[in-house]
Every structure is written in C-alpha cells, then in structure tokens.
Design a protein around this ligand. Structure first.
Ligand code: CAA
Length: 259
C-alpha cells in the first residue's frame, strides 16, 4: 500500500496504523484522512488482522486538524474536510474488530476525536488531551460534541468543549477518557499485551459485543435488548460457543478458532 502519511504494517493478528506527519505533529488534512481511510479499509478486508492499533509518535498522537490549511479555506473547504473526517471516522469506529488507540503526546481536536473512535485508549504518561477548537472560534467538526459526552458524560465533556482546556493523562483516566495510563517506555508493551488478550478471545463474540453496543447506543433500550438477544442466539451456532462451554466443563482453557 502506497501511503504518504500513514505507516501501515500487519503481523501476528495485529494491524498497525501509525500517523506519519511528524513535522506538523501529525495534524490532519484531507491527504492524511484519505491515507487513514485506505489503512482502515485494509484492516477491514484482511481476515488475518484481528486487532487494530492506531498510534502516532512520542510527541504527538495527532495535534488536531491542520490549522494552516483551515485558515486558507472557506465554508466549502469546511464541508469537504468534515464530510471526509466523518466518513473516515465512522469507518474506523465501525470496524468489526477491536481497535486500540496508543496515545503518547498531544491528542487534541481531531486527534482526540480519532482516539474516541477506538474501542480502547491507552495513554502514555506524557499524553495531553483536549478539544481546543473553541479557542479558534470553532467547535469540533469530527464528532467531538457527540462522542465525547457519550463516553465521559455531559459534565466533563462540557468543560472540555466550552473551555478548550487541555488535560494530562492522569486526569483523562480519572474522567474515563482513557482506560489506562502507563509510562511512555511501557506503552508499546502494554498495548501489545492488551492486543494479545483480545486475540485469545472468540472473534465472532467480540464482533457481536461491539455491534450490540454500537447499534444499541443509537436506539431505544427495547430495540437494543432485541439486538443483543439476536446476536446472543446467533453465537449459539458457532464452534467457539461449543469450545467455550466444553472447556469450562472440562476445567481447561478454551482455544477459540474464530468460527
Ligand atoms: N495544525 C497545523 N500545524 C500544527 C498543528 C495543527 N493542528 N499543531 C502543530 N502544528 C505544527 C506547528 O505549526 C509547528 O510547525 P512549524 O514548525 O512549521 O511552525 C509544528 O507542528 C510543531 O508545533 P509547535 O512548534 O507548536 O510545538 P509545541 O510543542 O510548541 O506545541 C502544541 C505543541 C501545544 C500541540 C501546539 O502545536 C498547538 O497548540 N497546536 C494546535 C492544537 C489545536 O488547536 N488543535 C485543534 C485543531 S482544530 C480541529 O482539530 C478541528 C476539528 O475537530 C476538525
């Protein structure tokens, strides 16, 4: 895959998506977003990829949308950028495989929004989070006003969105924005450890859990419960369900095949 702003690699069940625009702290522009779309598409199509890890570098996960490019544009550019951002982010959020954001350094604006599209957020102790768009006379345009309050609740989200405050990883963990904070030098190891746990889980059940949560959050409780029931019953037809129940009864560890 010929990508300019993303390094993509895969192996041992993991797809690695690394933002690669270090001179601009991985700021997002249409080219970066299109590269991200291709990399996510590759993860979707490749059955050997079971878990996806999204990362930046030690200084920045992503420092937001490219402010220099936004400064040159008009309302048409705003629509073009946000149409693209929303499409790519939905593709990432909807990936039927677990996704982990490994966040070191700045995760601001569109960067925080990309992290919100992942299932897990593991932060290095130097990570900085925020939705600073208000300081630019804007609001988030990549889902921040919607995904942030859904994840951390209205109160903490209001503070981040109204004041544009930037917070460190300890506070991000306290308000539920990240799942775990680890020393920078441990980030890769911890993220791989989480990926390896996920790789041992039954793939179809993971997919069903993700679908049930994502679809259920966008509908009524009654419909959500129906989605859950349908997926639960569907899983009864899988080999992994037989293996999981037998392994329990035989007092051994299950070995799931993803079937
Ligand atoms: N857009 C474009 N360029 C950016 C950028 C951004 N969001 N963030 C950093 N850069 C560039 C800087 O301009 C600088 O480039 P030059 O060397 O060519 O001047 C380079 O990256 C390094 O950045 P700094 O010198 O500023 O590094 P620093 O360590 O002093 O500060 C920072 C780091 C606090 C993250 C600071 O760069 C900053 O505040 N960046 C902007 C953060 C921001 O407001 N993000 C939200 C953008 S709006 C958005 O994302 C909208 C949306 O939801 C769609």
């Amino acid at each position: 895959m010929d990508l300019k702003y993303i390094n993509f690699s895969s192996g041992d069940g993991i797809g690695w998506i690394q933002f690669n625009r270090p001179e601009k702290l991985n700021a997002l522009n249409p080219d970066v977003l299109r590269d991200l779309e291709s990399a996510v598409g590759r993860c979707e199509e490749d059955d050997a990829v079971r878990v996806v890890i999204v990362k930046g570098n030690e200084k920045a996960f992503i420092a937001g949308a490219d402010i220099g490019e936004m400064a040159k544009g008009d309302i048409n550019l705003a629509y073009e950028l946000t149409d693209l951002a929303l499409r790519v982010q939905e593709k990432l959020a909807d990936l039927p495989k677990p996704t982990i954001a490994a966040i070191a350094g700045y995760a601001l604006g569109g960067g925080c929004e990309i992290a919100l599209c992942c299932d897990f957020r593991i932060a290095a102790d130097n990570a900085v989070f925020g939705q600073p768009e208000i300081a630019l006379g804007l609001i988030p345009g990549g889902g921040g006003t919607q995904r942030l309050p859904r994840l951390i609740g209205l109160g903490p989200a209001t503070r981040l969105l109204f004041l544009g405050d930037q917070i460190g990883s300890a506070e991000a963990e306290q308000i539920g924005l990240v799942d775990m904070v680890v020393p920078m030098e441990d980030l890769e190891h911890q993220v791989k450890a989480l990926a390896s746990k996920l790789l041992q889980r039954p793939f179809l059940a993971l997919r069903a859990a993700k679908t049930a949560m994502r679809k259920g959050l966008n509908t009524s409780l009654k419909e959500g419960l129906q989605i859950e029931q349908d997926l639960f019953c569907m899983l009864f037809g899988t080999e992994d369900r037989k293996e999981g129940l037998s392994a329990f009864l035989e007092k051994r560890r299950p070995i799931f095949q993803g079937r």
